[in-house]
Design a binder for this molecule. Structure first.
Ligand code: PHE
Length: 461
């Protein structure tokens, strides 16, 4: 096959791609979401199941997504259209790209609200408000932030502004450079936090909460959340990684890159957990306290450290950058598509898609205050946005990617694009064609009850 060219150019090389994709993967998912859902779902068994999903489902699907992106070299919708034509599959596969674009905007709408919390905490940290803060004060502090919808709207608007600014300029240039410095810095700061956590008398307790599995706590629902989070944290199932794969030079090994990204992402999440849970237990806090977990616990630790306000400022600043590099990749597919499809300027496309996302975010803002009692089946608007995207749309997107890459794409094409042969290709192909697909299906069907219904039907004849 003669190679297609991306109109947006290519990454400067292997490392640039790995850093950008790691920038997309490492974000609020690792530092904000992983600890709080681990706390809500009982710890060890949940973590173990999550790690299993990363290894058996996440990595093979990551490779599939990068491979499709590099072969198509366009935005995810056009890539799916081109590849389906080439592989003799239905052109309806473009709808997979469309679902990804919508999913990305839905995620960004609430992601930006949470990143707004980090912005607020950053500015407060610089003024030293966390010095000597007690657990009760910290909880009240968080409560008063999320209780005020207009404050949240201000921060949400600021974060969307930052994101859209970069996206309107075109993603590659600045992103490559920023991520090179920020990712290692974030990593080091997390190590400092773990170092602090080691000095509390609850380090052991925190570790055993994270790593000692109690399988009676792994409900069907928890398993779905763990699997959904494996997609979320690796940025899979909505085309972000496909879009970045479109700029990947031909000679780079997709398997090597995919594994490196997954390892880095997992390391950050586990470090965040190791930093947070000891602090939670040392201060007698509730691991299952929900989305506010890191915002109520970390300030207590910072408040007790020497130079705590400096560490706190750096930490929240890095968290903002991690969220920023993820946010960009959440909306890039939507903008690339609108530009390629209608020929509007990048600036216009950004304003349109960004404006819609910003508006949708207001629903999540209100979920924490004015609409906090307006629930549908026990979930607020924010809860629904998160649940639908992480636990349904991303796994479904990932499943369809696996079906396309594993079953519809010719072996010759995938082998050529992955640059794998023999046993290695065999392992990838087995994981994508069977393990990933069946794994996602079982977890989703179990939760929906469809599985029990079908088993009953068969056994009752
Ligand atoms: N992976 C990002 C995080 O963990 C979130 C994300 C999801 C980014 C999907 C892009 C696509 O924070």
């Amino acid at each position: 096959m003669t190679e297609r060219k991306s109109i947006h150019g290519l990454w400067s090389g292997r490392l640039a791609f790995i850093l950008a994709a790691t920038g997309s993967a490492v974000g609020l998912g690792n530092i904000w979401k992983f600890p709080y859902i681990t706390g809500e779902n009982g710890g060890g068994a949940f973590v173990l199941f999550y790690l299993l999903c990363i290894a058996m489902i996440g990595i093979p699907i990551m490779m599939a997504e990068v491979m499709l992106g590099r072969r198509g070299r366009q935005n995810p919708i056009a890539t799916m259209q081109t590849l389906s034509l080439e592989e003799g599959a239905s052109s309806n596969w473009k709808w997979l790209g469309v679902m990804g674009v919508i999913t990305g905007m839905m995620i960004l709408s609430y992601y930006s609200v949470i990143a707004g919390w980090a912005l607020s905490y950053f500015f407060e940290a610089t003024t030293g408000v966390f010095n000597g803060i007690t657990a009760k004060e910290s909880a009240d502090h968080f409560g008063s932030l999320v209780g005020s919808w207009d404050t949240l709207l201000g921060w949400h608007t600021m974060f969307m502004g930052l994101t859209l600014y970069v996206v309107s300029k075109g993603v590659r240039g600045g992103l490559e450079k920023a991520v090179t410095v920020l990712m290692p810095a974030l990593f080091i700061l997390l190590l400092v936090m773990v170092g602090y956590a080691m000095q509390t008398d609850s380090f052991q307790k925190g570790l055993s909460f994270l790593f000692t599995p109690d399988f009676s706590k792994l409900t069907k629902e928890s398993a779905l959340i763990a699997m959904g989070h494996a997609f979320f944290t690796l940025s899979l199932g909505m085309g972000a990684i496909m879009a970045y794969g479109a700029y990947l030079p031909k000679n780079v090994s997709i398997a090597g890159a995919g594994i490196s990204i997954a390892l880095a992402d997992t390391a950050v999440a586990l470090l965040a957990g190791m930093a947070i849970f000891p602090i939670v237990f040392a201060n007698g806090l509730e691991p299952s306290s929900g989305p506010g977990l890191i915002f109520t616990t970390l300030p207590i630790a910072f408040g007790q450290m020497p130079y705590g306000n400096i560490f706190a400022s750096i930490f929240f600043l890095l968290l903002i950058f991690a969220a920023w590099s993820s946010a960009i990749s959440l909306i890039e597919p939507a903008i690339a598509w609108l530009v390629e499809k209608t020929g509007v300027t990048r600036l216009r496309a950004t304003a349109l898609m960004g404006g819609a996302t910003w508006l949708l975010g207001i629903g999540s803002i209100l979920s924490f205050n004015v609409w906090s009692d307006a629930t549908f089946i026990d979930k607020t608007f924010f809860d629904w946005m998160d649940y639908l995207t992480s636990n349904i749309m991303l796994p479904l997107g990932g499943l369809l990617i696996a079906v396309f890459a594993g079953w519809l794409m010719r072996k010759k094409s995938s082998q050529e694009e992955l640059g794998l042969s023999g046993v290695l290709y065999g392992i990838w192909s087995f994981l994508v064609k069977y393990v990933a697909i069946i794994g996602v299906l079982i977890v989703m069907l179990k939760v929906s009850g469809a599985m029990d219904w079908a088993i009953n039907l068969v056994s009752n004849g």
